[in-house]
Design a protein. Structure first.
Length: 85
């Protein structure tokens, strides 16, 4: 139950962030990739550059997250993202 709540909070936090910044540049780098059949786990490092809506100042934030991907007949698809910070 707690994990499900944490995921909902994390999803809402991401949604609010992406809705609040008018301009966003993101650079993502796969740090580790493990493929097992039709699924894969990736550790991704990211840098976000954006203008803080309240202050108008440029900001730069870093993040690390785990991405889970699945493969089907149309290709690879992102199935989940979880922050590691």
């Amino acid at each position: 139950m707690r994990e499900r709540w944490n995921r909902a909070v994390e999803q809402e936090t991401f949604r609010q962030f992406f809705q609040s910044v008018p301009e966003l540049k993101a650079a993502l780098t796969i740090n580790r990739l493990v493929v097992a059949g039709s699924s894969a786990d990736a550790i991704v490092n990211g840098v976000y550059e954006y203008v803080e809506p309240k202050t108008g100042r440029s900001k730069r934030d870093t993040t690390t997250f785990r991405a889970t991907l699945v493969q089907d007949s149309t290709g690879w698809h992102l199935s989940s993202i979880h922050s590691l910070r």
